[in-house]
Ligand binder design. Sequence first.
Ligand code: BGC
Length: 737
Amino acid sequence: MKKAIFTLCAIAIGLVGKAQIPVYQDETKPIEERVKDALSRMTMEEKVNMCHGQSKFSSPGCPRLGIPELWMSDGPHGVREEIQWSSWSNAGWTNDSCTAFPALTCLAATWNPAMASLYGKAIGEEARFREKDILLGPGVNIYRTPLNGRNFEYMGEDPYLASTLVVPYVQELQKNGVAACVKHYALNNQERQRWNIDVIVSERAMYEIYLPAFRAAVQEGGAWSIMGAYNKILGTHACHNDLTLNKILKDEWGFDGVVVSDWGGTHNTLESALNGLDIEMGTDNRPDKRRTRVFQAKDCYLGDDFLNLVRQGEVSEEVLNDKAARILRLIFRTAMNTQKPYGNMDYAAHSKVARTVGGEGIVLLQNNAPKKGEKALLPIDPTRYGKILVVGDNATRRLCMGGGSSELKVQHETSVLDAMKEKYGSKISYTLGYQAGRTMYGSVEEVQQSIVDSLRNTAVAMAKEADLIVFVGGLNKNRNQDCEDGDRLTYDLPFGQNELLDAMLAVNPRVVTVLVSGNAVRIPYPDRMPAILQSWYIGSEIGPTVVDVLCGDVNPSGKLPFSFPARLEDCAAHSFGDIAYPGDGVKVEYKEDILVGYRWHDTKKIPARYPFGHGLSYTTFAYGKPSISGKTIAADGTLSLTLDVTNSGSREGKEVVQLYIGDDKATVLRPVKELKGFQKISLAPGETRQVTFTITPDMLKYWSEDAHDWVAEAGKFTAYIGSSSTDIRGKVTFSFE
Ligand code: BGC
């Protein structure tokens, strides 16, 4: 009896207690109901208050109602260290070191969505553990020119590849209750004059090339937030652009999340209010800047001025409510989500992820014999070499530092030199060879010519005595290299590396070149450099990952996510004079239109040094003849294309089988072919696997500006199966009716 009374009381208390929980806090209620409830309780001031930052990396929530702040952090490939409340200086914490994952060009080079899932999960766990609500990444701006200082943060030149990889990243990240903030929306394809340059681009190029990866992140990945870019698009800043934010993102794609401005990317109150911006970040209009501790509403565009416009009826309250609703929805999905996991800072597990992704992303560009009669240099056969000389600044440099907002304070970063010593012990000697300057703003000009000469001479003398040279060069994260807020000044390797390579190769042809960069560079001596690895910014595990591939423990399987032009002028964006890049100071015109990257090289018959999709392996793959399930595809039908792929070499390896489709005769300009599918398969020596692709009518379409829609023209199409965009192993034709 006593027990029954107790139970009844408990239920009653429970019911009363439950009744006291406001709807917006009740996670059993649908999110839209909670949003509506919270909105009904908030004042106009409180709603406006949520629409701008309160510190460098947070926005305030609604303290009176217990609605928490939103905490944000860079960035695409690791969780950035804590930054001070109102300045860019670091906060000096000692518990904010992260795992640096490979930069996104490397993820793209894996051509493996499973790698993107692993990556998103691991970075999400770190972001969650650090109590972040929004991770400022991933970045999916299309690679238009190899000079862009931020290409390393993006996923290459092809919209299909970038779309395929961004989706699992976003999905896995967000399972941690941390929002992705996909950036930089949109057309942020150069850092030079990024604050104001006006991108003049056709609607077709936007829809076919520059927007698909953002659309995929939103519609398929379900991204909860997106970051506006710094540049203008067709006359208006991207952070408050009616076309890209209201019409395309929110109306056409049905985005229900939050548009966050890039830091300092907001310029106008009325435009921000009306054109789709939801949270303004990084505006620093404080009259006394760093002296005031707090950011105040009077100093923001979406602050007091916005409130006044709403009060005066110049901007309707509905507009404000829409922004507040989006922000509340985001807070419920993240900061107020009590069901989210705890995350973790399991450096060992995450380093393993970094090494696995890195190992799949490294691209073997070439692998030849240094001399007639000798074997290819890679993988390194230690029995052949007594003395291995490691040369180059990037063999020891802290490459997680620099680059701008994606700079990371890492728990560890193991250099290539340390990993080589670990692997090959006393066989290893090292010399710098060239010097890049240690600071973000260092440049070769600061290194005296006498030092350049003496470093080179020492390296050449040591190269003469060595059996094998592993040169670790490329770019770095200094300004005007792979770094934000500026572009590269030249396509060439910097810091005298061309001269150094020339001199070393002259005395010893056994040189393996490891290029660390997020961009293509001019390969100075393609015929004399026997082995070249494109190794990206791999992060914490750069050393062991590179050595895994050099020694053959990992068989390279990365494929280029962008073309490597032989000369800068072979690149589309550099083929129309300054107006197409860098622009005339006011605008930049995308005159190459849809012919970006391999679409240009193919269509204009200008071969790239290394084409899009290229990457060698230590084994070989034989492709069987592709067969297709029919001759014609109907508007509501599909075709299936099948082929066998065999590992014809003697090592286990992975191959990326690529499907391109071209419209053979069209009434509008179409690229020769476009990537429409790929599969990465793993094969033991001698093993054969059947690969099947489903061809759909959507794969045949182009964006028609007249119809303002995707259109496929009737006629003949060709499906190309390749190991790269130019190494085509089979073709089949079919018709669309
Ligand atoms: C960058 C963004 C970054 C933000 C915050 C900006 O300068 O463009 O990518 O997320 O700073 O650090």
